[in-house]
Each structure stands twice: as structure tokens, then as C-alpha cells.
Design a protein. Structure first.
Length: 174
């Protein structure tokens, strides 16, 4: 295995669920160079890829499909904050989550829909359509959450994504 491929494999092992641009930034390599080597690593099955909601995430061996999708979601700061809130507030309501996380309700709903689609949350309707949310598999989610340790750059980029979400989805917040 070439030195460049070994560096890419090491980056994927150290940061399961890392996306392509983060590999390029963290290794300070040219985009085309990383594309070439990632393609070879995928072909020889040294790493795995999962595409989820517009991003391709890379994983070392040992993560099944559900774990890959969970880690990929948890790489998003807002999703991570929502999940962390739900660990502390079982049966939370979407509006309370939006207030606690500090984003528009529509942004929270977007992330909640993804978490529900991936079977990490479920919505329970009570009485007069009061919606509460609960983690479906809290122990497994907690274990995978420990795999996600965002660096400063990822945190800053997620904050920028949140700003864009707020700008573009603000008028849907009701």
C-alpha cells in the first residue's frame, strides 16, 4: 500500500464517517489525488463508503450499514446536539428542542425527519396531536456517539451550515 493510501486509511480509521473534503483538508492533499486513491481503496475494500443526504462518508471495516448511517448523521453538529438533548430530556417536544439547540423549528424538523428515517428516533402523538420524541436505541446511539469527536474545523463548518439552514428555512418555521 502506498504512503498516501495508508494516510487515507489511517484518517478513516481515526475519524469514522469522515467525508471527502475533510480527508482532503486533514491530509493537505490535492482533491484529484485523494479521489484517485479513495477509488482504489474502495475497489480493494480497504475502506467503505456510505452516501447519506448529499454527503459521502468513509468508514473502516467493522461498521455495519445502520452504524454507518448513524455515525454519518451524528457528524452533523445540529443532529448531534438534538440527540444529546434527547438523552437528557426523554419525551421532548420539537419546539423545546429548537429552543434548546438554538435553531429554527424547521431546521430541527429537517434533522428529526432524518433521524426518524434512519430509525434512531420515533415520534409519539399524545392527546391533541402533541408530539414527543424519544431515542429508539439509546445505548447503541450512545456508543456510536462516542465515535464522533468533531475537530474545530468541522465544528466551524457545521456552524456555517446551521447559519445557511436558518436563512433558507426561516420562513417555514411554524
Amino acid at each position: 500500500m502506498t504512503e498516501t493510501r495508508r494516510r487515507i486509511v489511517d484518517a478513516v480509521r481515526e475519524t469514522p464517517g469522515i467525508h471527502f473534503n475533510a480527508i482532503v483538508r486533514s491530509l493537505d492533499l490535492a482533491t484529484g489525488q485523494v479521489q484517485y486513491h479513495v477509488k482504489k481503496l474502495l475497489a480493494e475494500e480497504s475502506i467503505q463508503a456510505t452516501e447519506l443526504y448529499g454527503r459521502t462518508h468513509y468508514f473502516p471495516e467493522g461498521f455495519d450499514d445502520a452504524e454507518q448511517r448513524t455515525v454519518a448523521l451524528l457528524r452533523r453538529e445540529t443532529t448531534r446536539e438534538i440527540v444529546a438533548y434527547l438523552f437528557d430530556h426523554e419525551g421532548a417536544r420539537p419546539g423545546d428542542i429548537a429552543d434548546a439547540v438554538g435553531v429554527a423549528r424547521s431546521t430541527v424538523e429537517w434533522h428529526l425527519d432524518r433521524l426518524i428515517e434512519q430509525d434512531l428516533l420515533y415520534k409519539r402523538r399524545e392527546g391533541s396531536n402533541r408530539v414527543t420524541l424519544e431515542l429508539r436505541h439509546p445505548e447503541a446511539t450512545a456508543a456510536l456517539l462516542s465515535e464522533v469527536d468533531p475537530g474545530l474545523l468541522d465544528t466551524m463548518l457545521s456552524g456555517y451550515e446551521r447559519l445557511l439552514d436558518d436563512v433558507f428555512y426561516e420562513d417555514r418555521d411554524e
